[in-house]
Write a protein that binds this ligand. Structure first.
Ligand code: LLP
Length: 418
């Protein structure tokens, strides 16, 4: 039986046992330990190919799929996306380091950031980064840093003043956003008489986990009002399904909708960049935990549900606490509907709730519990809170697994002591 669509592509459930990338999840947990991020390698490739094919089909060759590496800044994943001919969005010097280490051609790097340090700009120029997105004080600083005789290709980030429908913490294109310049300021910068900057066009990023492309119409309308440019970068933001009840867009339709709006408002002959992060990686990953305790208490504030406590929590998945993000969970070798439980982590605070009302079949200490759709912004935002070593990343493919990021050790916890 094929596992529900929130699991990585080609996952299966046989006799209630979940397999990801052909690997039995419960067995894999015992092999590599828990918590562990498990990523289906083929799923990453398939989604990359789906975005590339969609952009090519709808817009032709003058388009780039730019992987927003913040979603899963893992060298092995970056390597796969470099092989699949994607470009890469780096939001810091550290992400730039990872992308270059993974083998990205510097020409395919788009450097973002609203508070770039001078050393980050310098590192980008020295590495030969293809595109730097201007925001804040960048234009003058960058003009000074680019060596004589060279011109650095740049985009100007616009704050389009569009309030998309998503959690306010992951909204970025609204009028009082810290990102970008007001439209008229952006236009002035773009028309500026720069000696060493080559302004290719404009950029916005509206926000994340967007189910509907309609806010892009207003934002591209803002672009259209600022004059004609050769290149438009419309950011990322495509929603993914975190639960079986979500109805997220699919890349083919999403890209088709964006391109249709772009062609209508900006013309058909521009270069178009899209920057999916979450949509490339979220559903490719699951997290495996061990159930440490089942606590049959709970007052009215927990709807009377018993707790299932696992050996990870907010140190490996901060999204439920930051954004109220809703996840599902299952017992990896007894997949299927059961009774509702509150899945909590091991951290010393009450916000450490991973899943409210997870439907679990007879959870017991020692079981392996799996939360699907943790491929994006889990590993990326992990911490050592409570001295918990960060989990490994394990790639699974065709029944074989390989550790691509090892588990942190206690030695790692003291490795920076000076
Ligand atoms: N491009 C730019 C300039 C961005 O700032 C972002 C995300 C993306 C692309 C990719 O957006 P995506 O396709 O992944 O939605 N930590 C939050 C997400 C913050 C995203 C910030 N920027 C979360 O866990 O939901």
């Amino acid at each position: 039986m094929t596992a529900r669509s929130v699991y990585p592509q080609h996952s299966s459930v046989d006799g209630g046992r979940l397999a990801v990338g052909g690997c039995d999840a419960a067995e894999l947990a015992r092999e590599v330990g828990t918590p562990a991020y498990v990523v289906a390698e083929d799923d990453l490739r398939d989604r990359a190919r789906a975005f590339v094919a969609a952009l090519r089909e709808h817009h032709g060759p003058r388009g780039s799929v730019v992987y927003a590496s913040k979603a899963f800044p893992c060298t092995a994943a970056l390597r796969i996306f470099a092989e699949e001919d994607l470009s890469v969005d780096c939001a810091s010097g550290g992400e730039l380091h990872l992308a270059l280490r993974a083998g990205f051609d510097p020409a395919r790097v788009v450097l973002h950031g609203n508070a770039k340090s001078e050393w980050e700009l310098r590192a980008a120029v020295e590495a030969g980064v293809g595109t730097i997105v201007l925001d804040g004080g960048d234009p003058e600083r960058l003009e000074r840093l680019v060596p004589a005789g060279r011109r650095q290709r740049v985009l100007v980030r616009v704050t389009p003043g569009v309030h998309a429908d998503t959690h306010e913490h992951i909204l970025t294109g609204h009028a009082d956003s810290k990102f970008g310049y007001p439209p008229q300021t952006a236009a002035e910068i773009a028309r500026g008489d720069w000696q060493r900057l080559d302004v290719a066009g404009l950029h916005f990023h509206l926000g994340s986990q967007l189910f509907d492309a309609s806010p892009f119409r207003a934002a591209m309308g803002t672009f259209a009002g600022l004059g004609r440019f050769g290149t438009y970068d419309v950011g990322g933001g495509m929603a993914v399904g975190y639960t079986r009840h979500d109805r997220p867009p699919v890349p083919h339709e999403w890209v088709g909708d964006l391109v249709a709006i772009a062609h209508e408002l900006l013309g058909t002959d521009c270069e178009l960049l899209i920057e999916p992060g979450r949509a490339l990686v979220a559903n490719a990953g699951v997290t495996l935990y061990t159930v440490e305790d089942v606590k049959a208490i709970g007052g009215s504030e927990h709807h009377g549900l018993s707790f299932v406590a696992v050996d990870g929590g907010m140190s490996d998945n901060l999204r439920p606490m930051l954004y109220g993000a809703v996840y599902e969970a299952e017992i990896a070798d007894r997949v299927g509907d059961g009774d509702p439980y509150t899945v909590v982590g091991k951290h010393c605070e009450s916000s450490d709730v991973l899943v409210r009302a997870a439907s679990l079949r007879d959870p017991r200490p020692g079981d392996v519990l799996v939360t699907p759709v943790t491929g994006a912004y889990g590993h990326a935002m992990a911490s050592n809170y409570n001295g918990v070593p960060r989990p490994p990343v394990v790639f699974a493919k065709d029944g074989r697994s390989r550790v691509v990021v090892r588990r942190e050790t206690f030695e790692d916890l003291t490795a920076r002591d000076a």
